[in-house]
Design a protein around this ligand. Structure first.
Ligand code: NAD
Length: 509
């Protein structure tokens, strides 16, 4: 029986890469070691180092780019229906490997096993959903005012670079890879250097399901080394980034220097608005899962809880009581609801933000006062009250299990506070007043908005941000538009074509 976390992880990875005992990058169908410096991984539940692997580095990036170009040719040579069948088979294989994938994710990323099972199931849904789209990506015939036929073709870019964060590694991998390959592209996926394992396993499973080698490559390494080398690769035609706003800016700048487009899925500081007429029991459960699920390490976390003043004390006490009862603990225990913060840097940030809130006059209704845990990167689910929207704790993304409760008096004030943020990723309203619910949904600037619910996300629905939360959409049919480019084709159909120098008559200049 494997004993150390290191041995347990290698044992969990082994079925995906028989005969290999190391972690590296997946390039052209092979698990290869990079040439860069060693990257050390730390177990967030104990704070102890458990694994190291080499950064992919420039040479492996170039090799992956060549493999992706070849892979994309093979993929494009299949019929659209054949590609759909492969995508569907990937979904089936992911379902068949649900438990091993979930365990690998839980162990390597420090996420509660119950969350990981749900996320792996969602990954299967992503491939199944896009399987049905591969043969429905057609162009249009446009009625132009001349004797020509004009039609459009929706074509893949070729090779896409996808860069993902550490908070939901397997989920963001499937979320971006499924639409990208459904649209006929090959991908270079650069997962967070902290959490590459589940992406490596998914790439290997996709090939077992029939995906040609080289279509799905995983480059394990740092952003400033491997990530930047990949952006600079001439084969890369578009970059899709999920991560923090600061890194998004660097990636957009590097892509702009090459004149290639980006999709940016960035952070949030989403407002969860509770009116006095809401079903407070349901709103309370919603408010807790909005912020404490995944220990708040979720881009759409309901981190600003806006509560009508008439119910403020009562409702905040309810949320605090719920927070007290949540079970925090080791990720692999089935009862754990809130796991650790994934890494030391993020842990330091969460504790520092709580202390900043206390310095500015906020009070802890429940949870942490910003002091570190005895072992591991744990933060108790924390509710801060008497918070104003101009405090740092209400403006900066904490990305941890910390919710700030802000009182408001009127609907107008609630909307103004919700919109007084640089971000615009998500938001919610809880009320029985139907007209108010839809009014508020239309007035809050956010890419996703929920009414009497929170955090429902599905691959069929478009997802993305307003303002500093990014641009472009990464799911639903919108993603297929992002991951294809449109070609306009003109055909002469007239028996007596007008011969003209310059613009042909009838079409006009
Ligand atoms: P991060 O920005 O630090 O890193 C994200 C990815 O970018 C990693 O793979 C990293 O290696 C890479 N990277 C870092 N520097 C780079 C560089 N100079 N060039 C190229 N690549 C680089 O983000 P994180 O800390 O891993 O994740 C947390 C952030 O992600 C939060 O802000 C969260 O809100 C956001 N997030 C957004 C969404 C969304 O869909 N909107 C989803 C999940 C997470």
């Amino acid at each position: 029986m494997p004993s150390t976390l290191h041995e347990q992880l290698l044992a969990k990875l082994a079925p995906f890469f028989p005969g290999k005992e190391t972690v590296g990058s997946y390039v052209g169908g092979e698990l290869l070691a990079g040439s860069g410096a060693a990257i050390k991984l730390v177990d967030p539940a104990t704070g102890r180092e458990f694994l190291s692997y080499p950064d992919a580095g420039g040479e492996l990036v170039a090799r992956a780019a060549r493999a992706a170009v070849e892979g994309q040719r093979a993929w494009a040579a299949l019929t659209a229906a054949q590609r759909g069948r492969v995508m569907y088979e990937i979904g089936r294989v992911v379902r068949a490997n649900l438990e091993p994938l979930a365990q690998l994710e839980s162990l390597s990323a420090g996420k509660p096993i119950r969350d990981c099972r749900g996320e792996v199931t969602k990954v299967a849904e992503m491939f199944e959903y896009y399987a049905g789209w591969t043969d429905k990506l057609h162009g249009e015939v446009i009625p132009v005012p001349s004797g020509h036929m004009n039609y459009t073709r929706r074509e893949p870019f070729g090779v896409l670079l996808l860069i993902t964060p550490w908070n939901a590694p397997v989920f963001t991998c499937g979320w971006n890879v499924a639409p990208a390959i459904a649209a006929g592209n090959a991908v270079l996926l650069k997962p967070s250097e902290l959490t590459p394992l589940s992406s490596l396993a998914l790439a290997s499973l996709a090939e077992q399901a029939g995906l040609p080698r080289g279509v799905f490559n995983v480059l394990s390494g740092h952003g400033h080394t491997t990530g930047q080398a990949a952006i600079a690769c001439p084969a890369v035609k578009k970059v899709v980034f999920v991560g923090s706003p600061a890194t998004g800016g660097k990636i957009a700048a590097a892509a702009a220097a090459r004149g290639i487009p980006c999709v940016l899925e960035l952070g949030g500081k989403s407002a969860n608005i509770v009116f006095e007429d809401a079903d407070l029991t349901r709103a309370c459960i919603g408010a807790q899962s909005a912020i404490f699920a995944a220990a708040g390490q979720s881009c759409v976390a309901g981190s600003r809880l806006l509560v009508q003043r008439s119910i403020y004390d009562r409702f905040v006490a309810m949320v605090a009581e719920g927070a007290r009862r949540l079970r925090t603990g080791s990720p692999l225990l089935p009862e754990t609801e809130v796991g650790p913060i994934q890494n030391a840097r993020q842990y330091g940030h969460v504790l520092a933000m709580i202390k900043a809130g206390l310095r500015e006059g906020a009070q802890v209704a429940e949870g942490s006062d910003g002091q570190p845990a005895q072992e591991g990167f744990f933060v108790r689910p924390t509710v801060m009250k008497n918070v104003r929207n101009d405090m740092e704790i209400a403006r900066t993304e904490v990305f941890g299990p910390v919710v700030v409760a802000i009182p408001f008096d009127t609907e107008e004030e609630a909307v103004a506070i919700a919109n007084d943020s640089e971000f615009g990723l998500a938001g919610a309203v809880w009320t029985h007043d139907v007209a108010r619910a839809h009014r508020v949904a239309s007035l809050v600037k956010a890419g996703t908005f929920w009414i009497n619910t929170y955090k429902v996300i599905n691959v069929a629905s478009p997802f993305g941000g307003y303002d500093a939360s990014g641009y472009g959409r990464s799911s639903g049919t919108e993603a297929l538009r992002e991951y294809t480019q449109v070609k306009s084709v003109w055909v002469e159909t007239s028996a007596h074509p007008a011969v003209a120098f310059g613009y042909a008559p009838g079409i006009g200049a």
